[in-house]
Design a protein around this ligand. Sequence first.
Ligand code: HEC
Length: 163
Amino acid sequence: MMDIMVSSRYYLFQVPLLAVVCVALLSACQKEDTHPGQPVTKRERIFKENIRTFEAMGLMIRDKEPYSAKEFLGYAQQLKALSTQPWAYFPPGSDYAPSRALPAVWQQPEAFKQAQEKFTVAAAQLADVAQTGKLDQIKPIYNQVKESCASCHHDFRAAYSLL
Ligand code: HEC
């Protein structure tokens, strides 16, 4: 009788432990990037910063957060700095999972470069116009940046991850 109680308690203890171990293993599998230089991991990290910064501005643009000229300028300058960073991390052969980069990145390097320039120019313009503190002038440039992200994703990023 005693034995059964002990073992059932032990069992109950093991279930959540097992779940924790599974989750840990899963995330370890997904995050492990064993490729030299870890280009996919590095560009992913920069793109995540990109979207975070861009969305912070978007909230003000869409009137979900009160507009602060100073904060907006800070984000715009951050995005300008980020806009040149991902492109060094697209070496040939870095199309391994979980990358969503399309073959066009390597097959049409000129077009990919043009798409980068469109974005870096627009991001620099946004940082400039953000200094005016005038939302009505900022909005159209913000939308140009948005369009430059979207058009590059349309041509060079798969809609869904292969993983
Ligand atoms: C010149 C092309 C280009 C531009 C411009 C661009 N991206 Fe991307 N972006 C990509 C490519 C290619 C990928 C896929 C990278 C991969 O999965 O290997 C990507 C991936 C991402 C991801 C996914 C990162 C992840 O978690 O895997 C986010 C988020 C993102 N971009 C946001 C943005 C935002 C926001 C902008 C504009 C402010 C932007 N990108 C501009 C090409 C671009």
